[in-house]
Design a binder for this molecule. Structure first.
Ligand code: FMN
Length: 190
């Protein structure tokens, strides 16, 4: 699949079929992740592939707890009807975990280490594009408390769970979400 087509056609999926994703496909998606750039080629990511029903239920409960918390904090009405059932129905969920120590020179920056997050985000995007090219759909999910997710997935306290990538075949996909044109967001300094 042409890269530009993949970038434009990929959609966030929130409604998955139960059909499992085979391990060879998951490995291909993870291989795509590892080709992302990273500071000093530190490759600051690790992955947990969750297909276990009980663990997915725990992730769902944590998501629900966070959704209610976010609704109360923000008052955003859409959070009241935002259903997280996809966390139970997605046949595979890949947790992407970053290592703040692998942030390159940026680990000494006043703002704190950010390079590892940028690298993990690049890896996550590669995963979405690879999944799409392989005929799967995916979702970048972040509505969880990091401490709670560390407990659920047995992640060391010094590591940072950054995202859950839900994977599977879609029941249906939402229509494309419109984008502003690049030129609206761009200033040339000539
Ligand atoms: C950093 C990040 C966090 C996100 N977190 C969530 C999330 O917690 N739940 C969710 O449903 N979608 C989440 N998304 C997906 C966005 O809502 C989605 O990409 C955006 O609305 C554009 O839609 P599209 O991906 O279909 O083009 C996240 C995306 C990014 C990049």
């Amino acid at each position: 699949m042409d890269l530009f087509t993949a970038m434009k056609e990929r959609r966030s999926c929130r409604n998955f079929l139960p059909e499992p994703v085979d391990e060879a496909t998951i490995e291909k998606i993870l291989e795509a992740a590892t080709w992302a750039p990273s500071p000093l080629n530190s490759q600051p990511w690790e992955f947990r592939v969750v297909t276990n029903k009980e663990i997915k239920e725990k992730i769902f409960s944590e998501g629900e707890r966070c959704r209610k918390w976010a609704l109360e904090k923000s008052g955003w009405k859409w959070l009241g009807s935002y259903t997280l059932d996809f966390l139970k129905s997605a046949p595979a969920i890949i947790a992407v975990i970053g290592d703040p120590k692998k942030s390159g020179v940026d680990m000494f920056a006043e703002e704190g280490p950010m390079g590892y997050q940028a690298a993990c985000a690049a890896a996550i995007q590669n995963m979405h594009l690879a999944a799409h090219a392989l005929g799967l759909s995916s979702l970048w999910f972040t509505l969880f408390d990091k401490k709670a997710l560390r407990e659920i997935l047995d992640i060391a306290p010094e590591k940072m769970p950054l995202a859950l990538v839900c994977l599977g075949k879609p029941v249906s996909l939402p229509p494309p979400v419109p984008r502003k044109e690049g030129k609206e967001k761009t200033t040339y300094i000539r």
